[in-house]
Design a protein around this ligand. Structure first.
Ligand SMILES: *[C@@H]1O[C@H](CO)[C@@H](O)[C@H](O)[C@H]1NC(C)=O
Ligand SMILES: *[C@@H]1O[C@H](CO)[C@@H](O)[C@H](O)[C@H]1NC(C)=O
Ligand SMILES: *[C@@H]1O[C@H](CO)[C@@H](O)[C@H](O)[C@H]1NC(C)=O
Ligand SMILES: *[C@@H]1O[C@H](CO)[C@@H](O)[C@H](O)[C@H]1NC(C)=O
Ligand SMILES: *[C@@H]1O[C@H](CO)[C@@H](O)[C@H](O)[C@H]1NC(C)=O
Length: 413
């Protein structure tokens, strides 16, 4: 036999020997950090007597020796970097890796009785389990485009799966996800987008699902504040209107003998003008918030100028009347001034009521675009209206049973 033939035979032998064995001799394992992994040196039911075994980590250059064992009666040699981290079973040659880290990933080879061909390889992938994701939402306002991000702090994420209300994302809305699925975009958020969004982050050894409730707001917080402020202003103004109506009735019906004058009257006027001033300031604030959100308009600016006038005049009247009432006569010398002073309070109440109704109606309409529980001022306004009505009706009821003048009612007041 020539040398060439011999080498060819050897090659054939090698291939024969190698081919069926390779599938079995290669194993892949995926485990979580901190776990223990048993690596086997021989296929199951293989009864080979172990005279010598060498365990190596072959993913590094050069390969690292892990354990060397020279048959019964000898102590296995555990190499330095694996001391206290491995348990070697001399009965079957298995190796237990304890408390594995990501750096332990790689291929381990067990060579039994120096038979390199039959050497068994195990490729280990050590993964950190994923931590619970955090979902961040960048906006909740209806009409805006919303971005939900699923953030994972620990662990290598291999897949992210989004769901809405526990079901796959609805097809009828054009939700989009980023390339690696970590972001979910909702274009032009609307009421139907309210619900529980969840992201399931996973890798081969673990998964975690996080859920967040998305509540679409019809309006921004500043408009919500504007709504609350204008409701309060409306309640004050409505009650004031009723109160002034009553005052007017009393004034008209009082017997000529005793006009309502003096201290009580003065403080009543101070009080009324003070309240008109407060409600006008509230409406001014609400108008500023409204302008911030809905933009600039001439009508609004004009309205705010009128309101400023009301605020100044009512403030002046109540201050002067409270501090030195004699001075007020001074202001009343010119007809023009008198007209302004006399119309400030009723005019202010009308301005406040009309604009407050406009604002509350519009903002409540906007609120319905979302699904957040919304502030409804209707109840407050109805109560205010009812109280006002009672105030106005009270003298009539009173007088029906006591056929006296309104003066009597006023005295009881
Ligand atoms: C090898 O022996 C150890 C200890 O006796 C045992 O825990 C392990 O399961 C055995 N491995 C195999 C592959 O039989
Ligand atoms: C939220 O993210 C989306 C998409 O990136 C962006 O278009 C939108 O302007 C963001 N909204 C806010 C309020 O930042
Ligand atoms: C997804 O890609 C973004 C950049 O496009 C990156 O910041 C983020 O960490 C990635 N997330 C994951 C889970 O891979
Ligand atoms: C999360 O994803 C993993 C991997 O795809 C899956 O096994 C698991 O059932 C999912 N969990 C839920 C709650 O859907
Ligand atoms: C979302 O809302 C539902 C009920 O409306 C509640 O049971 C659940 O705990 C909420 N989930 C979160 C993450 O707040």
């Amino acid at each position: 036999m020539s040398y060439r033939m011999m080498s060819r035979c050897l090659m054939l032998l090698l291939v024969f020997h190698w081919a069926p064995k390779t599938a079995e001799a290669q194993e892949h394992r995926i485990v979580g950090t901190g776990s223990s992994v048993l690596l086997t040196a021989l296929p199951t039911h293989d009864q080979t007597v172990i005279n010598h075994i060498q365990w190596e980590y072959i993913s590094s250059v050069p390969a690292l020796s892990v354990v060397d064992y020279y048959g019964t009666g000898t102590e296995p040699i555990v190499f330095k970097s694996y001391k206290d981290r491995v348990i070697f079973y001399s009965s079957n040659g298995s190796l237990l890796l304890k408390n594995v880290h990501e750096t332990d990933s790689g291929t381990y080879r067990a060579t039994v009785n120096l038979n390199k061909i039959k050497a068994r390889q195990t490729t280990l992938l050590v993964l950190e389990p994923v931590s619970k994701a955090q979902i961040q939402i960048n906006s909740t306002v209806a009409g805006s485009s919303i971005e939900l991000s699923c953030k994972v702090l620990i662990g290598k994420v291999q897949a992210i799966d989004w769901k809405k209300d526990g079901k796959p994302l609805p097809k009828n809305r054009c939700y989009q996800v980023s390339e690696n699925f970590s972001l979910l975009y909702i274009p032009e958020a609307q009421k139907s987008d309210c619900g529980a969004f969840s992201c399931n982050v996973s890798n081969d050894i673990s998964w975690q699902e996080t859920s967040v409730n998305l509540t679409i707001e019809g309006i921004r917080p500043s408009l919500k504040l504007a709504l609350e402020i204008s409701t309060v202003a409306l309640v004050i103004a409505t009650t004031l209107a009723a109160g002034s109506g009553l005052g007017f009735i009393i004034l008209c019906c009082q017997s000529e003998k005793r006009k309502l004058t003096g201290e009580l009257w003065r403080w009543l006027v101070v009080f009324i003008h003070g309240l008109v001033c407060v409600s006008a300031i509230l409406m001014f604030t609400a108008a500023v918030f409204w302008m911030q959100e809905e933009g600039f308009s001439t009508a609004l600016v004009l309205y705010m100028i009128f309101l400023t006038g009301v605020i100044m005049v009512t403030l002046l009247i109540s201050a002067v009347l409270a501090i030195c009432p004699q001075r007020l006569q001074m202001f009343k010398k010119k007809t023009m001034h008198r007209v302004i002073l006399d119309t400030a309070a009723p005019g202010g109440v009308i301005l406040v009521v009309v604009f407050a109704i406009f604002l509350t109606q519009n903002i409540q309409h906007l609120q319905r675009k979302g699904c957040s529980p919304f502030f409804d001022g209707t109840a407050a306004i109805l109560i205010a209206a009812a109280i006002s009505l009672l105030i106005l009706l009270a003298p009539f009821v009173w007088c029906k049973y006591q056929p006296c003048s309104f003066y009597a009612y006023f005295k009881a007041f």
